[in-house]
Ligand binder design. Structure first.
Ligand code: CTP
Ligand code: CA
Length: 228
């Protein structure tokens, strides 16, 4: 692909990225969603491709252009995202940036109607598969597995707990509290902490594009190391 750097540090590396929200149908005309814009994940996919990686981007419903040189697979629900991730394996690295819905609705095949005098309907929720945890424990586990975590409080403690619970190598923790954090979802900048077994790095408040480039460089360095 001409958009890919021919001799970039990630040439020959297959990298899987998930991005965006998922939509979970309530009935054929309604769904539950979240505020993820997909911007950070799309920026990461683009930055990895510019370093020469063969990038597969599994994207939830977003209104963003596909970054040059990236293979995009569009999905709607968490269960579709899980299946697309499985399909995209094997990979050398996986970066799970998507804001995956934690539950899906035990949905109806026909539109729910108001019934005169009846109580409003109750939505029964069913837990979705944890794509990141599943991948981390899979026989086809990529050498480097990275999760994201948006937190409003005790950011580092929650991120460390997620690193252990999910079995991934790094967690990129977003601070979505306070005056800068509130603009992270949908905005163009991000305050992140890189949490690994080695410790915690606090990155400055940066444009999402800059976070993506810095993370792509770190991924390239890590994959080069793990080949030694
Ligand atoms: N994730 C996933 N599949 C899910 C839920 C989350 O792959 N069903 C991934 C996200 O893409 C992200 C990481 O797990 O990389 C952390 O997501 P987060 O929502 O912060 O974690 P949860 O385990 O769902 O915890 P919480 O109760 O805080 O939402
Ligand atoms: Ca969650």
């Amino acid at each position: 692909n001409e958009d890919r750097a021919d001799r970039g540090p990630l040439t020959g590396q297959r990298i899987l990225v998930t991005a965006g929200p998922t939509h979970e149908p309530i009935d054929p005309v309604r769904y539950i969603a979240n505020r993820s814009s997909g911007k950070q994940g799309f920026a990461i996919a683009g930055a990895l491709a510019r370093l020469g990686a063969e990038v597969t981007l599994v994207a939830g419903p977003v209104t963003l252009p596909t970054p040059p040189g990236v293979t995009r697979i569009d999905v709607e629900t968490a269960r579709e995202m899980a299946a697309a991730v499985e399909q995209a394996l094997p990979a050398d690295a996986a970066i799970m940036v998507a804001a995956v819905a934690d539950w899906h609705v035990d949905a109806t095949a026909i539109k729910i109607k108001k019934q005169p005098g009846a109580a409003p309907p109750t939505l029964a929720l069913v837990q979705n598969p944890d794509i990141l945890a599943g991948l981390s424990r899979s026989a086809k586990r990529p050498r480097l597995v990275i999760g994201f975590a948006a937190e409003t409080n005790d950011v580092i403690a929650h991120a460390r707990a997620k690193l252990a619970a999910k079995g991934c190598d790094w967690i990129v923790a977003n601070d979505v509290s306070g005056p800068t954090g509130q603009s992270v979802m949908g905005g163009d900048a991000n305050s992140v902490h890189l949490v690994t077994a080695q410790g915690v790095e606090d990155w400055p408040h940066l444009p999402k594009q800059a976070v993506a480039e810095r993370l792509a460089q770190r991924i390239a360095a890590s994959l080069a190391q793990s080949l030694l």
